[in-house]
Design a protein around this ligand. Structure first.
Ligand code: AHR
Length: 499
């Protein structure tokens, strides 16, 4: 029996809904085919966006979408993607798969997608191969509402009114694919480029995101902050609202990666342990941020995270198409619990990537679409969006094999604006159910309902069997006073709603 204590009367921080954000890059079938099929497609669509995909994404309340990359962002020249489609440049996507990029999905289509999803826009600018003028004109094109060459161009392209850009990334992975820069060089470019990310819409200033570290490159964080944090903070133009962090889980390392569907128990635990490393990364990068920014103005923005396996057999290696199992569901659940628990500093996170790429929530094949186990975790966790994280604690015993051990359970709890308490838990044990005794402090318990996702660790959905892994009602949680007793199935993710 594991004891679990939740103090619903002790709020810790707001869980910004952006923590449940997504990322869509011009990569493989992520945008083309996966989201955008064009107006003339036989696949049901609205203004070119797949209806099935938009409907599924609306159901998990995607709060924010990052676009156009990724590595693609630092090769993207936005003017290639505006104007009549027939005259947009056709080119090779050199970074991802060497296929033709016809630019039919560009700025206007991105905002159409955000509008259909009802989500915030996070646009990632090009520092690696773009000019300051190009970036500045893009911001003007998107957000200015006055007389200017860019607003006239936008109007000629059919959009009179500006859009709202909520977040703007000043480059991506500039330590690597975004220009192979050293931290001081990038930080100086950041100071310069972000100056011209003008806030035309004073009521909704753009939140600027500085390119942060790869995994455990604490030196990058230190040097970037020392070069641009203090000085930009006081300048009239320029403030760093976020510092990014990228971390992917490769079970067998970057070179080999490992199969998405065929793995043994040791690899299962290794994957979960590697996912759990996210907590150490947040704490260590966060400790550096704390020194520069003790009041917490700068959010840690984990704008790329997830599992990265060897591509599905027979698919283009540059498309990063992979299947998704209950193992991925547990990775998602334990990572989202980590983000929730660190909500004071983590203000946004973007799963890589939304459809058909890496740890996607949706997979498509022609007109078919399936929801992955990871999709269902985002569904179970959506009640945490904008809720108050509350104190919670459990002493779970360790599971695993050899050097790969970790606590059996993960959890987080939050109170929504209407007073409802939401608890999410995952049982990472692939074989054993786990009885839990929960004490809820700081509030009365009138009614408990739950939903659960569980299955064998390799369980997955396929186009022939799309509902193998699905959420079902959980009716096991009995309340006695302020105590809840229930047993979590092996390999499961549970969400409880306490009124
Ligand atoms: O998500 C795939 C790639 O991973 C992104 O383009 C890049 O930023 C990262 O290396």
């Amino acid at each position: 029996m594991t004891n679990y204590i939740i103090d619903a009367g002790k709020p810790v921080a707001t869980i910004h809904r952006e923590i449940y954000g997504h990322f869509a890059e011009h990569l493989g079938r992520g945008i083309y085919q996966g989201i955008y099929v064009g107006e003339g497609s036989p696949i049901p669509n609205e203004n070119g966006m797949r209806r099935d995909v938009v409907e599924a994404l609306r159901a998990i309340r995607v709060p924010v979408l990052r676009w156009p990359g990724g590595c693609f962002a630092d090769e993207y020249h936005w003017m290639d993607g505006i104007g009549p489609k027939e005259s947009r440049k056709r080119m090779i996507n050199t970074h991802w798969g060497g296929v033709v990029e016809d630019n039919s999905f560009g700025t206007h289509e991105f905002f159409e997608l955000c509008s259909q999803l009802g989500c915030m826009a996070y646009v990632n600018g090009n520092v690696g191969s773009g000019t300051v003028q190009e970036m500045s004109e893009w911001v003007e094109y998107m957000t200015f509402d006055g007389v200017s060459p860019m607003t006239a161009l936008r109007a000629r392209n059919g959009q009179e009114k500006p859009w709202r850009v909520d977040y703007f990334g000043v480059g991506n992975e500039n330590w690597g694919c975004g220009g192979n820069m050293n931290p001081e060089f990038y930080a100086n470019l950041y100071r310069r480029y972000q100056t011209y990310v003008r806030d035309y819409d004073k009521a909704h200033p753009i939140r600027r995101i500085c390119c942060g570290a790869n995994v455990d490159d604490y030196e990058w964080t230190e040097q970037v902050l020392s070069t641009c944090y203090r000085r930009t903070q006081k300048a009239q133009h320029g403030f760093m609202d976020g510092l990014s962090l990228h971390y992917y889980v490769h079970p067998e390392g970057w070179e080999i990666k490992g199969s998405a569907t065929e793995f043994d128990t040791e690899t299962f635990y290794k994957t979960l342990c590697k996912a759990r490393y996210m907590e150490e990364l947040i704490e260590k990068h966060g400790a550096i941020l704390d020194r520069y920014d003790p009041d917490g103005h700068v959010g840690l923005i984990v704008d790329e995270w997830g599992t990265w396996y060897t591509v599905e057999p027979g698919t283009n290696p540059g498309f990063l198409y992979q299947q998704n199992t209950m193992r991925d569901a547990l990775v998602a659940a334990l990572t989202l619990d980590i983000f929730n628990k660190h909500a004071k500093r983590v203000r946004m996170a973007n799963l890589a990537q939304m459809v058909n790429v890496l740890q996607s929530v949706l997979l498509t094949e022609g007109e078919k679409m399936i929801k992955t186990p990871t999709y269902h975790v985002f569904d179970l966790y959506q009640a945490h969006q904008d809720a108050q994280l509350v104190e919670s604690h459990m002493e779970a015993d360790a599971i695993g094999t050899g050097e790969w051990t970790l606590p059996r359970l993960t959890e987080s709890a939050s109170v929504a604006a209407d007073g409802t308490l939401h608890i999410t838990l995952s049982n990472l044990d692939p074989e054993h159910a786990c009885p839990i005794e929960t004490e809820i402090r700081g509030r009365a318990v009138r009614k408990v309902t739950g939903r659960v996702l569980h299955g064998e660790m390799h369980a997955k959905n396929t186009f022939d069997a799309p509902e193998q892994v699905a959420v079902t009602p959980f009716t096991d949680a009995a309340a006695e006073g302020n105590r809840l007793r229930f047993t979590m199935p092996a390999c499961s993710v549970l969400s409880l709603r306490v009124e």
